[in-house]
Design a protein around this ligand. Structure first.
Ligand SMILES: Cc1ncc(COP(=O)(O)O)c(C=O)c1O
Length: 391
């Protein structure tokens, strides 16, 4: 029904992905597959809603109603099976912004906050930038690139460091794990037994493949729901990061009040009018678009995996269970981080996210972005093939 093959020229549109090579010290001829921004146009209902808002011509203050919070909870119930209460929803301009406010809301300066690396690098920055103490738990993995939490180390780090909050990335960017119910139960039981608040970033929840199921952390039990705060957004699913709207879900009234106060304290009082129009359209009229888009990306991911297996055997890629960000093991090339980056940027002419930026344990890996037309993935694979096989 929908078409994802068209390659749009996104240059000269103020796109962070396509227009900031010089500012970010990359060269213009690197094909960008880095930041988690999709090269698909937003679905028609969102475009229509935004056109209507523009045509009307008024961009004054706005605010959300209970009906808007219900649109969010209906979407989450329909797509992921958990019924939050509309009252649980607090809007924010972004997940990173909201997680930053969560530091202020739920922890004190100097408190320990744990993350599990390799992980989305702004987590590290927001913990440090708010003056909290970063505790880095590290995932273990086998030769095939299957990552798991070492629960003994996880618990020991919590008790040794008196951790107050844990940022859970579910599904996990960049290693592509969709945590199982058993894993989430273990995470939750350990955190709850030590009084650790779970901040569950579920922004990638709509990108799930091959029979895996995203289980909202809060859905596991009433205790987990009370002992956690969830962060989500339409920004990955509908590529609306530039519209600056995201959601915090806090079932416990105290936690909800605290995050609302922390957000208000920043002076950010009203949500953007374009973001509200987009959210209403996204969460009510785009289910079939999302289904097809995710299945298109899954085909891209399988194409990439097959290409690497067949033509670039020095690299290894495990099919991700979730996210649109394949994580490729380049350690077989025997290059240090600098030499690997040189190969990717200057020879392959690709702009990727180097693994080490997600934490030291990501060294030797590269993160790709498969949310683009097939032709772009094919071009990226050809470039990678030539550069690696010329070595
Ligand atoms: C795990 C994770 N959280 C948050 C974000 C960014 O969210 P936002 O743009 O709403 O701050 C990303 C973007 O890639 C992400 O991967």
């Amino acid at each position: 029904m929908y078409e994802f093959d068209t390659v749009y020229d996104r240059r000269n549109t103020n796109s962070l992905k396509w227009d900031f090579a010089e500012e970010r010290h990359h060269s213009e001829d690197e094909l960008p597959l880095w930041v988690a921004d999709m090269d698909f146009r937003a679905p028609d209902p969102i475009l229509k809603a935004l056109h209507e808002a523009v045509d009307h011509g008024f961009f004054g203050y706005t605010a959300e109603k209970t009906a808007d919070r219900r649109i969010v909870t209906d979407w989450l119930k329909r797509r992921h099976g958990h019924a939050y209460d509309p009252e649980d929803v607090v809007f924010a301009p972004g997940v990173v912004f909201a997680l930053t406010q969560a530091m202020h809301a739920y922890t004190d300066p100097g408190d320990s906050v744990m993350i599990t690396e390799p992980v989305y690098y702004p987590f590290r920055a927001l913990v440090r930038d708010t003056g909290r103490t970063l505790v880095r738990n590290v995932l273990s993995h086998d030769d095939a690139g299957y990552y798991q939490i070492d629960f003994d180390a996880f618990e020991k780090q919590i008790t040794d460091n008196d951790v107050k909050a844990y940022i859970l990335c579910s599904p996990h960017n960049p290693v592509g794990r969709v945590w199982t119910r058993d894993e989430l139960i273990k995470i939750g039981e350990i955190c709850l037994s030590h009084g650790v608040l779970v901040l569950a970033d579920e922004i990638h929840a709509d990108f799930i493949y091959d029979g895996h199921v995203h289980i909202p952390f809060a859905s596991i039990s009433p205790e987990f729901e009370q002992g956690s705060v969830t962060f989500t957004s339409p920004s990955k699913t509908f590529n609306t990061a530039g519209l600056q709207i995201a959601e915090v879900l806090a079932h416990d009234v105290n936690k909800r009040d605290k995050i609302r106060k922390a957000i208000n304290k920043t002076g950010y009082a009203e949500i953007p009018v374009a973001g509200l129009a987009a959210i209403r359209a996204a969460y009510t009229g785009c289910d079939s678009w999302v289904d097809e888009m995710v299945s298109y990306i899954w085909d891209n991911i399988r194409y990439m995996k097959q290409y690497i297996d067949d033509r670039i055997p020095a690299l290894r890629m495990r099919l991700p269970e979730g996210t649109y960000l394949p994580w490729v093991d380049c350690r077989g090339l025997g290059l240090d981080n600098k030499a690997l980056e040189e190969l990717i940027r200057n020879r392959a002419k690709l702009w990727l996210d180097a693994g080490y930026i997600f934490g030291e344990s990501g060294g030797g890996w590269q993160r790709f972005n498969a949310a683009c037309p097939r032709a772009t993935v094919e071009e990226a694979m050809r470039r990678l093939d030539r550069a690696v096989n010329d070595l």
